[in-house]
Design a binder for this molecule. Structure first.
Ligand SMILES: O=C(O)CCC(=O)C(=O)O
Ligand SMILES: [Fe+2]
Length: 544
C-alpha cells in the first residue's frame, strides 16, 4: 500500500518539481489551482489513515467481545470454569500471549507513521502554502473589505458587494483573520473580525452541542486588548470582566483589568499608549495620503472609482466618440473598433483587438514563467517586490513565439508608433485581492536611474491588453480623471504617458483595483521614446 502511495507521490514529484516556488502562492490564481491538487493528496492520505485505524479498531472490538464472552462464562461459576484444565490454560494464555498481541495492536502506529511520512513528502514535493501565504491571503481579504467598503458580517456570510456566494466564514475563520490583523498591529480590523468571531461562535454553539475550536475567552482576550488600543477603555474593561468570569485565573487579563480600572479612574490621556498593558504594542501610524486640494484624497477617489461610484463629468463624457481606426493599412483593413474613454489625456479602448486563440497561447507561454511582480526602487533603480503591487508576471520576447511578434505588430498598427525600442510583452495574472496601487508608468525627472540600462528613453506610451473578463473588481482606474476601465477580454487600453514636449503627463496616474472575484489576466507593451521622433513629432509647447 505504502509503496503504491509512494509511486503516486513519485509521479507528482516529476510534475511539480518543474515549477516549485515555495512562497507567495496567494498572489496568482494559477498557483492556487495547484494547491487544490495538494489538498487532494492530503485528503487521500487522511482517508487512507482513517480506514486503517477503523480496521484496527474493528479488530480490537472483536477481541474485547471475545474477552467479555469468556469472562462472563467464567464469572457465572468460577470454580466450575477453572476446574476445567482447558479453561485454566486458556485464561493464562489470554493474559499472556493473547494480551501481548492485543496490546501491540492497540499501540501499533504504522498507519500513523505512514500518513505522517506521506504528509512530509507532499509538503516537500507539492506546492504548499507557507505562513507568509496565509498572512498575504488574509491581507488580501482585508484589502478587499476596505476598498469595496464591505461590512464584516456580510463578508463573513459570503456576500461580496451585494452578490451572495455559498462559501461562509466560520467563527474560527474569522478568529484567524482577527489574529492576522493583530499580528500586523491593525487593531481596527482585529476588533471587527474578533467581534464577528464572537457572534459566529455564539451562533455555532447554539446550533450544535459540539464545542467550537476557539475558546470564547481567547477571542475576548484579543478583542479586549484591541478595543483598548482603539481607545475604548470602558468596553475593554467590560470584555476583560467577561473573560475573567469564564477564566478567573487568567493572569494577563487580571493585570490588564487593574490597568484599565486605573486608566478609567484617572481618565488619563495616555490610554492609547499601550504602556503597562501586557501584550502591548506601539501602534503604527497609517500613512495618510495628501488631500488633492480640498476635495477627496487620491485614496478616496481610487476606492470610489474601484467600486464603480465615480464617472467623469458629463462635459467630458459628452465629447467622447467611437470610430474605426485608420492609423495603418492593417487597422483600416481589420476595421479596428476604437472607443474614446477620455479626451485629454487621450485614453482609447480598442475592442476585439486580441483574439481568444492568441490569449490562450500567451497565457500558456507565460504560466510556467510567472513570478511575483516587481517595481523599480525610486532611488536605486533596482527591482523589488512591494505590497502595493501584488500579482505575478512574466516577460515574453519575440523569439519565444511568433505570436509575440504578432502582438508587437498589432501595437504598431494601433498606435502608429514603433515597437523596436519597446519593452518585452509583460503578462500579468492577478489573484484574489491582487492589485497595483496608483502609480505612473513613466519615470519622473528625479528617477535618474530608471530605464538607464535600456538606453531607449522614457516610457512614451502604454498598451494594456485585457486577456480576461473579471467577475468582480479589477478595474483599471485613473483617480484624477474619475475614470474606471472595466476589463473586457480582447480589449486594449492605450494612452500616451509623455506629453509631446517629452515631459511626463501626471494626469495618467492610474491603478489596478483589487480583484474581488475571479481572476484577471492582462498583458502590456510599454513603448519607449527612442525611434518615435518622426512618428510622433515633439513639441516645445509646455502644455502639450
Ligand atoms: O492591470 C491593470 O489594470 C493595470 C496595470 C498597470 O497599470 C501596470 O502594470 O503598470
Ligand atoms: Fe501602470
Amino acid at each position: 500500500m505504502r509503496l503504491r502511495k509512494m509511486y503516486i507521490l513519485g509521479a507528482w514529484v516529476i510534475i511539480n518539481c518543474l515549477c516549485l516556488i515555495r512562497a507567495e502562492l496567494y498572489t496568482a490564481i494559477t498557483d492556487l489551482e495547484d494547491l487544490l491538487d495538494t489538498e487532494a493528496m492530503f485528503m487521500e492520505t487522511l482517508n487512507r489513515y482513517i480506514q486503517r485505524e477503523e480496521k484496527k479498531l474493528e479488530r480490537l472490538k472483536r477481541k474485547a467481545e471475545e474477552y467479555k464472552k469468556e469472562h462472563s462464562l467464567a464469572s457465572a461459576d468460577v470454580s466450575e470454569y477453572l476446574s476445567n484444565p482447558i479453561n485454566a490454560y486458556l485464561l493464562v494464555k489470554r493474559l499472556t500471549t493473547d494480551w501481548t498481541t492485543t496490546e501491540s495492536l492497540m499501540t501499533d502506529q504504522t498507519a500513523l507513521d505512514d500518513a505522517q511520512h506521506n504528509f512530509t513528502e507532499i509538503k516537500r514535493f507539492m506546492k504548499f502554502p507557507t505562513d507568509e501565504d496565509l498572512t498575504g491571503a488574509a491581507a488580501a481579504l482585508i484589502r478587499l473589505q476596505d476598498t469595496y467598503n464591505m461590512d464584516t458580517s456580510s463578508l463573513a456570510q459570503g456576500e461580496l458587494m451585494g452578490v451572495k456566494y455559498t462559501t461562509q466564514l466560520s467563527a474560527s475563520d474569522c478568529f484567524e483573520l482577527g489574529r492576522q490583523s493583530y499580528n500586523s498591529l491593525d487593531y481596527r480590523h482585529t476588533v471587527l473580525w474578533m467581534t464577528e468571531a464572537l457572534a459566529r461562535q455564539e451562533a455555532e454553539t447554539r446550533l450544535s452541542s459540539n464545542k467550537t475550536e476557539t475558546p470564547k475567552w481567547e477571542i475576548l482576550e484579543y478583542l479586549a486588548y484591541s478595543t483598548y488600543m482603539e481607545g475604548d477603555v470602558k468596553s475593554a474593561l467590560d470584555m476583560t470582566n467577561e473573560l475573567l468570569q469564564i477564566y478567573p485565573d487568567h493572569e494577563r487579563a487580571q493585570g490588564n483589568k487593574v490597568y484599565y480600572l486605573k486608566a478609567l479612574e484617572k481618565k488619563t490621556d495616555s490610554v492609547n499608549t499601550g504602556e503597562n498593558v501586557t501584550e502591548g504594542h506601539k501602534e503604527e501610524k497609517e500613512i495618510q495620503d495628501a488631500p488633492l486640494g480640498k476635495g477627496p484624497t487620491e485614496r478616496e477617489l481610487y476606492e470610489m472609482a474601484c467600486r464603480g461610484n465615480l464617472t467623469p463629468p458629463v462635459e467630458i463624457t459628452s465629447q467622447l466618440t467611437c470610430y474605426y481606426s485608420s492609423s495603418s493599412p492593417f487597422a483600416r483593413l481589420a476595421r479596428l473598433k476604437v472607443e474614446e474613454a477620455y479626451p485629454k489625456p487621450r485614453i482609447l479602448l480598442f475592442r476585439d483587438v486580441m483574439y481568444d486563440s492568441e490569449i490562450e497561447i500567451i497565457k500558456r507561454l507565460a504560466t510556467p514563467r510567472l513570478r511575483r511582480a516587481t517595481v523599480q526602487n525610486f532611488k536605486t533603480g533596482q527591482l523589488e517586490t512591494a505590497n502595493y503591487r501584488i500579482s505575478k508576471s512574466a516577460w515574453l520576447n519575440e523569439e519565444d513565439d511568433p505570436i509575440v511578434s504578432r502582438v508587437s505588430r498589432r501595437v504598431e498598427d494601433m498606435t502608429g508608433l514603433t515597437t523596436k525600442t519597446a519593452e518585452e510583452l509583460q503578462v500579468v495574472n492577478y489573484g484574489i485581492g491582487g492589485h497595483y496601487e496608483p502609480h505612473l508608468d513613466f519615470a519622473r525627472k528625479e528617477e535618474t536611474n530608471a530605464f538607464k540600462s535600456l538606453g531607449t528613453g522614457n516610457r512614451i506610451a502604454t498598451v494594456l491588453f485585457y486577456m480576461s473578463d473579471v467577475a468582480q473588481g479589477g478595474a483599471t482606474v485613473f483617480p484624477g480623471l474619475q475614470l474606471a476601465l472595466w476589463p473586457q477580454k480582447g480589449t486594449a487600453a492605450v494612452w500616451m504617458n509623455l506629453l509631446a514636449n517629452g515631459n511626463g503627463d501626471f494626469s495618467t496616474r492610474h491603478a489596478a483595483c483589487p480583484v474581488l472575484a475571479g481572476s484577471k489576466w492582462v498583458s502590456n507593451k510599454w513603448l519607449h521614446e527612442l525611434g518615435q521622433e518622426i512618428l510622433r513629432p515633439c513639441s516645445l509647447d509646455p502644455s502639450e
